[in-house]
Design a protein around this ligand. Structure first.
Ligand code: C2E
Ligand code: CA
Ligand code: CA
Ligand code: CA
Length: 284
């Protein structure tokens, strides 16, 4: 359809029209959806590659839309970023997932430090309330800053100046971990890593995909090996995402990656399921 008529043709394309209307419809529905509590969070476990124990979870937001059903974040996060609604929505995700983490900790005892990872949009980084909101949320939930990891994409920090990094530095000084999400997809200068207040690299799924065959592609192996050794030399932990098979997990473990996340262990799911996984794990 694209080759048939360029832009003019696309405007007349009923499907494209429907998509645009939906986009517009979703955008205008966002604020009321937040008021009505139509968002919910699924949790995906973070697993220690060395011993297979569940160490925490990443919070992933979804929208239960009254007409369209469950929508994934890729459908509405960009819209929320565009309108600025991401600031209150992101604050809600942080509040709710930290509250949930506090509940898990209470039920599980604090023998094993259970951590919660929350995604932060670039718009939230530039919002002046970020640090105080985070402090308040942790306090209300009785959760230590050390139990929270905020994930920021590599692209959000490319060329970041000091003003943008200041709130992240304050949070890091408090003990909050900062993870560089989707690492390896941007063009960040590796030397630049030293300047950023990050303590975790999350290797993008594309690297994990290169580990699908056993043995993996030798060039992929070299690249991941290099990233892991650089990360460790800078005292950064390495988390890998998108692990779908045991072979991938095994190769990434051999390469020295610390933590893994992916369908091989569990899909994102409701909070109770995650609690069960962690309990099963704790009892062996
Ligand atoms: P992300 O932070 O890179 O999150 C990982 C995505 O990979 C999630 O998609 C997760 O469901 C998916 N995934 C996990 N394991 C596997 C696997 O083994 N194979 C494959 N193919 N995929 C896997 P999801 O939930 O659709 O989230 C998409 C993106 O939306 C996230 O990417 C993140 O950038 C964004 N997002 C999600 N929740 C939030 C939020 O609360 N705030 C903000 N700002 N962004 C969010
Ligand atoms: Ca993430
Ligand atoms: Ca990611
Ligand atoms: Ca991603």
């Amino acid at each position: 359809a694209k080759s048939a008529g360029g832009n003019r043709f696309e405007l007349a394309d009923p499907e494209a029209d429907a998509r645009a209307i939906t986009r517009h419809g979703l955008t205008t529905a966002l604020p009321a959806a937040l008021d009505r509590g139509e968002f919910f969070i699924e949790y995906q476990p973070l697993v220690h590659l060395g011993d297979g124990s569940v160490r925490g979870a990443e919070a992933l937001v979804r929208w239960l839309h009254p007409q369209h059903g469950v929508l994934g974040p890729d459908r509405f996060i960009p819209l929320a970023e565009h309108t600025g609604l991401i600031v209150p929505l992101g604050r809600w995700v942080l509040e709710e997932s930290v509250r949930q983490a506090g509940e898990w900790r209470e039920r599980g005892g604090d023998s094993d430090p259970f951590r919660i990872n929350v995604n932060l949009s670039p718009c939230q980084l530039t919002h002046p309330g970020l640090v105080q909101d985070t402090v308040d949320i942790l306090e209300r939930a009785g959760v230590a800053p050390e139990a929270l990891c905020l994930e920021v994409t590599e692209s959000a920090l490319i060329g970041a100046d000091d003003d943008l990094l200041k709130p992240l530095r304050r949070l890091a000084e408090m003990g909050v971990d900062i993870a560089l999400d989707d690492f390896g997809t941007g063009y960040s200068n590796l030397a630049n890593l030293r300047r950023l207040p990050v303590s975790v690299l999350k290797l993008d799924r594309s690297f994990t995909q290169g580990m699908q065959q056993f043995p993996a592609d030798p060039v992929d192996l070299k690249i991941v090996e290099g990233i892991v050794s650089l990360a460790h030399s800078l005292n950064l932990a390495v988390t890998v995402e998108g692990v779908e098979t045991g072979a991938q997990a095994e190769q990434l473990r051999i390469l020295g990656c610390d933590t893994a996340q992916g369908w091989y262990y569990a899909r994102p799911g409701p909070p109770d399921r995650l609690h069960q996984l962690a309990l099963v794990d704790a009892t062996g």
